[in-house]
Design a protein. Structure first.
Length: 101
């Protein structure tokens, strides 16, 4: 019986570690979104373009490199980054279009 409990205990421990990592990822995304909100506000206040294709391209290259170094599939990292960027741009666009901005 002890042998059957050991893999279950290890599985539970690993799952708890994954849950902790997920929590850290969400906290970091929250920090990132607060920072990009400030960027969007700055761009809006100074009439700057919301989208910077050169910066986006640099970020994609950087994220793919970091992912590879971390053992993460670069395509996955790029997909996640693009989703984050799209969400930020959409949010900034909606804020800019508010009549009371």
């Amino acid at each position: 019986m002890a042998n059957n409990d050991s893999p279950k205990a290890e599985l539970a421990s690993l799952r708890a570690e994954v849950d902790e990592i997920d929590q850290q990822i969400m906290l970091l995304l929250g920090v990132r979104f607060r920072c990009t909100d400030m960027i969007g506000e700055l761009k809006t206040n100074h009439g700057m373009d919301l989208v910077d294709p050169v910066r986006e391209s640099q970020q994609v290259e950087r994220i793919r490199r970091l992912a590879e170094e971390a053992g993460v599939p670069p395509a996955l990292a790029e997909t996640i980054l693009r989703e984050v960027i799209d969400t930020v741009v959409d949010h900034h666009t909606r804020l800019r279009e508010r009549p009371y901005s």
